[in-house]
Design a protein around this ligand. Structure first.
Ligand SMILES: [Zn+2]
Length: 426
């Protein structure tokens, strides 16, 4: 899981060293973050790889729910494939560079994508400042290079402290931290009516007391708030913080907030999307073997809603759509506001299988995941070689990037100067 990916990070680094890359490990004060480099001079093209897993999604590569480790972590977002496909692309492009082409190729090992904002700290540390273009991908249930945006996301833990007391014998002496959490949640739930429709707010109560007969002196709520525009999200987040302050005031407790993560909405690049699309079409999709087909059909029966996406779409390349806005968030977004970023998704999951599910882990651990992964690897390798070969690609991507950011844009992370939240999964 996030910031604990010691083995995955080490394995990727070792493969890159063996392939002839120079590796700087432990960058941006993150033990599992690294930058691998090959070649010299301009342009500088970076391929990004992720490798963190998700809690509770451990799963065998089978069509029935069966954890490898009970309550263990699993690759429900396919980041095991993500880092590996990026590695395959980087090694392929390195071979091509070695044959006598100028330029610098980098592989960025970026930990804790799932809520840990790993890349944000790497951007903040200036690691992307000389990069001309970034090439990346993500696992999905289709092959698609549409330039799309998604949701900016701010996350934080609201900690309330009250006074413990016997809940029956002397409740009047207590001040409940759990009351504060509930009051805050209630206010935020009412607030949902008065925020733009496309806003997403979700929370869990991570600490709610130890026993019903003790007034809880400590309670904690863990919040995510998302919006397609970071500048609108700023205002919504401020109102959530106000709700927490109001809850503390009304319950006689104190509140302390730790902002654990903050990522922007992705800045799409249509030009780079078009370049990716051309290469994705050249690579093509893939077909299932009879066993894979059987697995896919069985797996789709375990979904609560019948999938609208047809089986067999992993053979197809989706026609690109403009202006698509996904409902997830990624720390790649912060990279995209600093460097023109190309992205593609590949059909590593059975069509209809949502990310962050055990079904997705099952796909990511099997042959379907590997096939989809190689579609992404080849598409990224071809795109990276295009970027090295023809300087007009980088130029055009940069022009669109400048136009979309607007004049005088200054990137700023909402994480301010906090240290990487290395323990956010603990
Ligand atoms: Zn992911």
């Amino acid at each position: 899981m996030g910031y604990q990916e010691a083995k995955s990070s080490a394995l990727l680094q070792q493969q890159l060293r063996t392939a002839g890359f120079t590796v700087r490990a432990g960058v941006a004060e993150i033990p599992t973050a690294f930058v691998a480099s090959y070649g010299s001079g301009k342009p500088v093209i970076a391929i990004v790889g992720e490798f963190d897993a998700l809690p509770g999604l451990s799963q065998e590569p089978t069509s029935r729910r069966s954890a490898v480790v009970q309550d263990g972590a699993g690759h429900g977002c396919g980041h095991n494939l993500l880092g590996t496909a990026s590695l395959a692309a980087a090694v392929a492009v390195k071979e091509w560079l070695a044959a006598g082409h100028p330029g610098t190729l980098r592989y960025y090992g970026t930990p804790a994508e799932e809520g840990g904002s790993g890349k944000v700290y790497m951007v903040r540390a200036g690691l992307f400042s000389d990069v001309d273009t970034v090439v990346s991908w993500h696992p999905a249930d289709r092959n698609d290079a549409s330039p799309s945006s998604n949701l900016a996301n701010i996350t934080g833990k609201f900690r309330f402290r009250g006074i413990a007391a016997h809940a029956a014998a002397s409740p009047e002496k207590g001040r409940s931290a759990l009351d504060a959490v509930e009051a805050m949640d209630y206010m935020v739930n009412m607030m949902r009516e008065h925020v733009p429709q496309d806003t997403r707010i979700h929370y869990i109560i991570t600490r709610g007391g130890a026993a019903p007969n003790v007034v809880p002196d400590f309670a904690e709520a863990y919040y995510y708030a998302r919006q397609p525009d970071m500048r609108i999200l700023d205002g919504i987040w401020e109102r959530i913080v106000d709700a927490a302050k109001g809850a503390a005031l009304g319950t006689g407790t104190t509140m302390e907030l730790e902002v654990t993560g903050a990522v922007w909405n992705v800045l799409p690049n249509e030009y780079l999307g078009g370049l990716m699309q051309k290469n994705l079409e050249r690579v093509g999709g893939f077909t299932y073997t009879p066993e894979e087909q059987k697995f896919a059909e069985e797996l789709r029966q375990t979904l609560t809603e019948p999938p609208t996406i047809t089986l067999g779409s992993q053979e197809k390349i989706q026609t690109p759509r403009q202006g698509a806005v996904g409902s997830a968030s990624t720390d790649l977004a912060d990279v995209s506001w600093n460097v023109p970023t190309a992205q593609v998704v590949a059909a590593t999951f059975v069509p209809g299988v949502p990310a962050h599910s055990w079904q997705a882990t099952a796909c990511a651990g099997g042959t379907i995941g590997v096939k989809g992964m190689m579609v992404a690897a080849k598409t990224m390798a071809l795109t990276t070689i295009d970027l090295f070969t023809d300087p007009s690609h980088v130029q055009k991507a940069k022009e669109e990037f400048d136009r979309r950011r607007g004049p005088g844009f200054v990137y700023k992370t909402r994480l301010a100067d906090r240290k990487p939240a290395l323990d956010y999964r603990k």
